[in-house]
Ligand binder design. Structure first.
Ligand code: SF4
Length: 374
């Protein structure tokens, strides 16, 4: 079983971010109490079984103080059987990771950190309106390792506008000195409801060129491969098999419970979406109402979701499962498309498993959507 907690607060808004968060932290304690209440209200959502992963995401969960973190962890332990070797991840920003905070996190049972470094280049950090400095980005990993948390993932953003690839190469060489087992690398995308989105509309920012983004991605793939990182999902790279067990559970379609404003849950048949509004969330949960909308998944939805997430991973998608989920419609609708994609060198089938080739990984989402069933 898998649990996600959405902590919807940030110090400041990064110019590219369209996640749900508020920079007004006045009701942070009340929201945390409501999330604890939601855990109790939803304790029967998942089938019986040990909690294998717990993931504090956001927003910025490293803004939680000791009391708030303990309230959430104690509530989880009270209502679920947590596996003794559960992966407990907390997303953190470098500016929050003081020695004292890291020791508090380690003592509380956080055994994996996902650190939002994004770049080590000061002008790029300022361009994106990140709250931390390049120096903090470099220092926080060592501090975390000294505090005994060595299962660390670093988030990086590539395709940040730049004259050439020098800054990306310099960012990568800094990453490799930090000796972390996991890296998530995301292409800078410009979403409409963000500062970058509004700059784009006003022509104060040029769109990210596809060719530039593809070149940066290829540089990244080569460098990470040379340093022993396995690309186990399009944007995720791990050394020595230290995958994110929590994120892998999403990609493998395992049921999970998500609590907090804007969190999603999945039980195999439907998805639930909590309201993306802190005040509305608080008001509802204080009345013991879960403010969520439910989407029943048709067999076509389930097939398409399996394709979209599974094809991005090194585990691929099982043809037999596609046939079963789609009642045989998958091959019927797509045998021609599958042949064409195989000839183009984008996909391959191995022992009944459909996988993307290295070339296909550049078009993962397009390939999946071309294979969707109706
Ligand atoms: S990227 Fe992270 S820190 Fe920045 S606004 Fe979004 S959630 Fe907050």
């Amino acid at each position: 079983m898998h649990l996600y907690l959405h902590i919807p607060f940030c110090k400041q808004a990064c110019h590219y971010c369209d996640f749900h968060f508020s920079t007004n932290t006045a009701n942070k304690r009340a929201i945390v109490e409501a999330i604890a209440r939601e855990i109790l209200l939803r304790k029967s959502y998942l089938p019986e079984g040990d909690m294998e992963t717990i993931y504090f995401g956001g927003g910025t969960p490293s803004l939680l103080d000791e009391t708030e973190l303990h309230l959430l962890l104690d509530t989880i332990h009270k209502h679920f059987r947590v596996s003794p070797d559960a992966e407990v991840t907390l997303e953190a920003n470098p500016d929050d990771l003081s020695e004292a905070t890291l020791q508090m996190l380690a003592k509380a049972g956080i055994n994996r950190l996902s650190i939002g470094i994004q770049s080590f280049h000061e002008p790029h950090l300022r361009f994106m309106n990140r709250a931390h400095s390049a120096l903090e980005a470099e220092q926080c990993v060592k501090l975390a390792q000294d505090a005994g948390i060595d299962n660390i993932s670093i988030d990086l953003i590539y395709a940040i506008p730049s004259e050439d690839h020098t800054i990306l190469l310099s960012d990568l060489s800094k990453v490799f000195t930090l000796d972390v087992p996991h890296i998530s690398a995301y292409c800078l995308t410009i979403e409409p409801q963000t500062a970058f989105g509004s700059w784009l509309k006003k022509k104060k920012l040029r769109p990210i060129e596809e060719e530039y983004a593809a070149q940066q991605f290829e540089i990244l793939l080569r460098a990470l491969g040379e340093h022993g990182y396995e690309q186990y999902e399009i944007s995720n790279f791990a050394r020595d098999g230290r995958y994110s067990n929590h994120n892998s559970s999403y990609w493998k379609q395992r049921p999970y419970l998500g609590v907090g404003p804007s969190a999603h849950s999945y039980n195999g048949e439907s998805r639930e979406y909590n309201v993306s509004n802190n005040a509305k969330y608080l008001q509802a949960v204080q009345k013991d109402i879960i403010p969520s909308t439910i989407e029943q998944l048709t067999l076509a939805d389930q097939t398409n979701e399996y394709l979209l997430t599974g094809l991005r991973t090194k585990w691929g998608v099982k043809m037999q499962k596609l046939e079963m989920l789609s009642n045989g419609a998958f091959t019927l609708q797509h045998s021609g498309e599958l042949e064409k994609m195989t000839r183009r060198g984008w996909i391959r089938e191995e022992a009944g498993i459909l996988l993307l080739t290295q070339a296909g990984k550049l078009f993962a989402d397009r390939i999946a959507s071309d294979l969707f069933i109706e």
